[in-house]
Design a protein around this ligand. Structure first.
Ligand SMILES: NC(=O)c1ccc[n+]([C@@H]2O[C@H](COP(=O)([O-])OP(=O)(O)OC[C@H]3O[C@@H](n4cnc5c(N)ncnc54)[C@H](O)[C@@H]3O)[C@@H](O)[C@H]2O)c1
Length: 453
């Protein structure tokens, strides 16, 4: 099928590349010329395991193209994905101006002859499906007025929320737990089912013997709500275990054992039960806030979600509390951060817990250094200030009064902690993800503090 994906960030680029890999003819559109040039030269502007390799093979098959020309993309696609960002506004609502610009642009470029399906893949407030339809029609009318070309348009809007996780986005796209399609148009749903058939049948899955991927077909608003409810549930689950961890810390229990003990209950499940320094990233904070805001708009106070957010705000200062507990005065001390990104296997720094920690440590007069496998390697500062980026873990350890493990990158399991300890002024390790081997570190001489552990 002919597909156009507008917005080539973590969602759009992965979607476009994977759809071309399964046999569709894809044009990806982005209004960032620099990004487009990079992608045209075969390079990925983001770090996502497996993406560069897939981009290369899709480009060779000539089924994947990049452009900044929206008209070209709209003309090409029978299915048009909107995958631009919906960042949070200071009020907590989603900023939908990028979706609006794209919807208007699509309307202005519809030529009337072919039926098109416009798909909201961006996470958008409930009710956005109808709103997008209205904006597309506005764009169409503006074009009709300006050009005298009164050709009408034939399209439907579908909500198709995305559930991929950064760090395993390619894997998740080929191995989805479910596909959600919201629309009242049978024609649009039929086209979406055809598009996803190779994924539904698990042709590209790791385990091809599994049952077909469940497809949830529903109305627009329910599809939009599914995305917000899923992220709010996961964020609440993490806040729950963090709250349990804080109680464990006080009563002398071990949250890793508690999580194991409750996670084995099939009604609960073991995922998202790792205590740590709080959730962050580009999705959870903004999606939970947006749902709280939507509820407020309807006069309903979403108490459970508000509590999940406030537990998280408190949790994000827990590493700092533990540093103060151990070192007392932070002024003049050097703190080394192991990891910066909000989770491993991504280069995304949006709303990463490390950012708040760096800011607070600076405010209290500490010197902050960091080593992150991707941030250090890319040489990009990601707009970071108040932190010295080191190029390896030993340089990080040199002269530090404490290390804080912020991100559970796999390579941190295998660092030479004996050598690092010898380079440190004080051997304190705050393990913000309960990730390291406590006994091994204590044997080397580290004073080890986990979270509820
Ligand atoms: N990142 C995730 O893990 C994830 C997961 C599920 C859902 N989502 C949702 O998907 C959406 C996209 O998220 P993302 O992380 O990929 O965003 P992103 O910020 O990484 O990428 C957005 C892209 O859109 C481009 N863009 C902006 N305006 C444009 C325009 N007018 N025309 C063409 N391109 C334009 C930007 O240049 C950028 O490349 C958001 O709504 C997000 O909530 C994200």
């Amino acid at each position: 099928m002919r597909v156009c994906v507008i917005g080539t960030g973590y969602v759009g680029l992965v979607t476009g590349v994977c759809l071309s890999h399964i046999g569709h003819d894809v044009i990806c559109v982005d209004n960032n010329e620099e990004k487009v040039k990079l992608m045209q030269s075969g390079q990925s502007p983001i770090y996502e395991p497996g993406l560069s390799e897939l981009m290369k093979s899709s480009a060779e098959s000539a089924r994947l193209h990049f452009t900044s020309d929206l008209a070209k993309g709209v003309d090409h696609g029978e299915i048009l994905f909107i995958a631009v960002g919906t960042p949070p506004l200071p009020t907590g609502e989603s900023d939908t101006r990028y979706v609006e610009a794209v919807a208007r642009g699509i309307g202005a470029n519809l030529n009337g002859s072919d039926y098109k399906v416009i798909v909201n893949k961006s996470t958008v407030p409930i009710g956005s499906g109808d709103w997008v339809r209205m904006i597309v029609l506005d764009g169409l009318k503006e074009r009709q007025k300006a050009s005298g070309n009164d050709a009408d348009a034939n399209f439907d809007v579908v909500s198709n929320p995305e559930f991929l996780r950064e760090g395993s986005a390619v894997y998740d796209t080929f191995n989805p737990d479910r596909i959600v399609l919201g629309s009242n148009s049978e024609q649009a749903i039929a086209m979406m089912k055809e598009l996803y058939q190779p994924l539904v049948s698990r042709k590209f899955a790791k385990d091809k013997s599994l049952d077909p991927v469940p497809v949830v077909v529903t109305d627009l608003s329910s599809a939009e709500m599914i995305k917000y409810a899923a992220n709010s549930f996961l964020a609440t689950k993490i806040s729950f275990i963090n709250e349990v961890a804080n109680i464990c810390d006080r009563v002398g229990a071990d949250v890793t054992q508690v999580a194991k003990g409750i996670g084995l209950d099939s009604r609960i499940g073991s995922k998202f039960l790792q205590a740590g320094i709080g959730w962050g990233g580009s999705c959870f904070p903004k999606d939970v806030s947006a749902l709280i805001h939507t509820a407020d708009d309807y006069g309903y106070s979403a108490e459970l979600m508000k509590a999940a957010v406030s537990v998280n705000i408190r949790q994000r200062s827990i590493a700092l509390e533990k540093l103060q507990q151990e070192l007392k005065i932070l002024k003049g001390k050097t703190i080394g951060l192991l990891g910066l990104t909000f989770k491993p296997d991504t280069d995304d720094m949006r709303d990463a817990p490390a950012l708040g920690l760096i800011e607070e440590l600076n405010r209290l007069g500490a010197r902050v250094k960091a080593y992150d496998p991707i941030v250090s390697q890319s040489g990009l500062s990601h707009g970071l200030s108040g932190v010295i980026i080191e190029t390896n873990a030993e340089m990080l350890a040199d002269g530090c009064d404490a290390l804080v493990l912020v991100t559970d990158w796999k390579e941190f399991e295998k660092l030479d902690y004996s050598k690092m300890a010898k380079l440190m002024t004080n051997t304190v390790m705050i393990d913000g993800r309960n990730f390291l081997d406590r006994k091994a570190l204590e044997a080397i001489g580290f004073r080890y503090l986990g979270i509820g552990h």
